[in-house]
Design a protein around this ligand. Structure first.
Ligand code: PLP
Length: 390
């Protein structure tokens, strides 16, 4: 059947990784020994105590019916209790917390709930692609905010043109950041909250990586006075508990923003399987268990191995304090797409070209710490044979 996709799908930017993806699949099919440092998906399984909680909950027929639009009350309470313990912020579980099917859908659906055609959404460059996709779906306009090393990969709020600011409705930020791995300072969050209040902006902070940290514990923007009136924050079980496939997260913050997201979602999905929400309660209650600290320790060891290794072969990685990404400058005059091709063709290594996250990502390549340390050592040995200099 001849079929024309809707304009909103046609408006999405071309998929920059398509050619690399095609070559990666061909290399795997040809039996080449590919090392995949491209994907941000934990390689280890979900901790057993969470799987046990799911199994017990799934055996209870009460979980088999439609979930509540507003989420399981037990999970909302558990999120509020965890948030108080972790960030010292008291959230009202009835109005300021909403369980979601992971954070990705929550982000896109929030844009649909908040942005009118013609509204501007301020979005980080490089940045997680759904901020842009969601804005296009809503008929909004994207204004990219470059994140550069000289500014600690924080947006320069003073550089946003006045006419853009007038039409801007939402500002997206993401700390700890994918792909740069930068963390926000309290000063930046404080400046941003004042800026948002002054310019009548909604802050949408993507906090998917706050628990994947190595030294200092990253902040929630809701810790900053005044943030609760202007911000919504998106959290995820995916990386904290190795639960990417389970689809569980939450949004929290200003009650009217959370209510708008709930109204949008109640027209689109029927909530998260209640058994998974109960498993989420077990996960949050078990946050201080040694299994969870052990996950961080595994990534820390891999981070140290990759950073030291990349330096030893002449590259300049940023040392992440959080996330499982190592954002690395390409050698001088090498674009990120050329670097990704070279790694794939000559080293059988998959890494993500920075330009896929936006134009300011060019000149960088992102390595994910989602393989074992011996595979990282193997990757370094292969890259060493390229004799790179920056
Ligand atoms: N936000 C960022 C910055 C991410 O990198 C990801 C996933 O990789 C997500 C959100 C989505 O996570 P999930 O939908 O699994 O909660």
């Amino acid at each position: 059947m001849p079929f024309e996709k809707a304009d909103r799908l046609k408006a999405l930017p071309p998929y920059l990784f398509a050619e690399i993806d095609r070559r990666k699949k061909a290399a795997i099919a040809a039996g080449r020994p590919i090392l995949n440092l491209g994907i941000g998906d934990p390689d280890r399984p979900t901790p057993q105590f969470i799987i046990d909680a799911l199994a017990a909950a799934a055996a209870d027929p009460a979980t088999h019916q439609y979930a509540l639009d507003e989420g399981d009350p037990g999970l909302r309470e558990a999120i509020a209790a965890w948030f108080r313990g972790r960030f010292g912020v008291r959230l009202d579980p009835a109005t300021e917390v909403l369980p979601t099917l992971g954070s990705k859908e929550a982000i896109v659906h929030f844009i649909l709930a908040a942005v009118n055609p013609g509204d501007v959404v301020l979005s980080p460059d490089p940045g997680y692609p759904p901020y842009r996709g969601g804005t296009l779906f809503a008929g909004g306009e994207i204004h990219l905010m470059p994140l550069v090393a000289e500014n600690g990969f924080l947006p320069d709020l003073g550089a946003i043109p006045a006419d853009v600011l007038k039409r801007a409705r939402v500002i997206f930020i993401n700390y700890p950041n994918n792909p740069t791995s930068a963390c926000a300072t309290r000063e930046f969050f404080t400046e941003l909250v004042a800026f948002a209040a002054k310019h009548d902006l909604i802050i949408a902070q993507d906090a998917a990586y706050t628990e994947l940290y190595y030294e200092a514990r990253p902040l929630s923007i809701l810790e900053v006075p005044g943030a609760r009136d202007v911000a919504i924050e998106f959290h995820s079980f995916s990386k904290t508990f190795n639960m990417t496939g389970w689809r569980l997260g939450w949004a929290c913050g200003d009650a009217s923003l959370v209510a708008a997201l709930q109204q949008m979602k109640s027209n689109l999905d029927s909530g998260v399987f209640t058994a998974i929400q109960r498993a989420g309660v077990a996960a949050l209650r078990g946050y201080d268990r040694p299994e969870i600290a052990a996950l961080r320790a595994v990534y820390r060891e891999r981070r140290d191995a990759l950073v030291a290794g990349l330096r030893s072969v002449g590259l300049e990685p940023n040392v992440p304090n959080a996330t499982f990404y190592v954002w690395t400058r390409c050698p001088r005059d090498v674009t990120s797409l050329d670097m990704a091709s070279m790694l794939l063709e000559r080293c059988d290594i998959v890494a993500t070209p920075g330009v896929g996250f936006g134009p300011s990502g060019d000149g960088y390549i992102r390595f994910a710490l989602t393989v074992e340390t011996d595979r990282i050592a193997e990757a370094i040995e292969r890259i060493g044979k390229l004799n790179l200099t920056t």
